[in-house]
Design a protein around this ligand. Sequence first.
Ligand SMILES: Nc1ncnc2c1ncn2[C@@H]1O[C@H](COP(=O)(O)OP(=O)(O)O)[C@@H](O)[C@H]1O
Ligand SMILES: [Mg+2]
Length: 170
Amino acid sequence: MTDTTATTAGVSHVHTVTAATDDAMRTLGRDLAALARPGDLLILSGPLGAGKTTFTQGLGEGLGVRGAVTSPTFIISRIHPSLAEGPALVHVDAYRLGGPEEIDDIDLDMTLPDSVTVVEWGEGVAEGLADDRLEIHIERHPDDTRTVHLRPVGARWADIELPGTAAGHG
Ligand SMILES: Nc1ncnc2c1ncn2[C@@H]1O[C@H](COP(=O)(O)OP(=O)(O)O)[C@@H](O)[C@H]1O
Ligand SMILES: [Mg+2]
């Protein structure tokens, strides 16, 4: 499914993917890892328990990084180095951050160029880190399935065929 949202940068297509199980959510993360490059910023939103960390676990698996991807209560940002030659995963939980001013204090711009940076609860907080980003909103349904809305922003993602997107769709 593809819908269209007007933005200041032109027209941005929101790709919608269904993740019926937590495994499907991890697979989506792995599929995105295959597309990810150093400098990428992924902003995750959706309520508590939506599957933001589950998605990030798949991303970490796909990138082949060291350490378990978890949601520790008192850690805002954790760097998972690559076990091979690839980019590190920088996993941020912005839940406790007050806003864009506070995300500046954790110096994500230092690691951003060489890493894949994922910010849980990043909506309204992390957009200023990069002009090009993938905004991922997870919707949780009563039957425990999830709908994932992938919104590419900027030239980096303009011609990328996102997972769950039928060939030929923009
Ligand atoms: N379709 C699904 N997608 C993602 N998680 C699911 C799904 N169905 C059940 N779950 C469960 O929901 C929980 C999601 O938790 P988590 O990924 O920590 O969410 P968040 O980081 O958004 O708070 C996990 O226990 C996961 O196993
Ligand atoms: Mg989480």
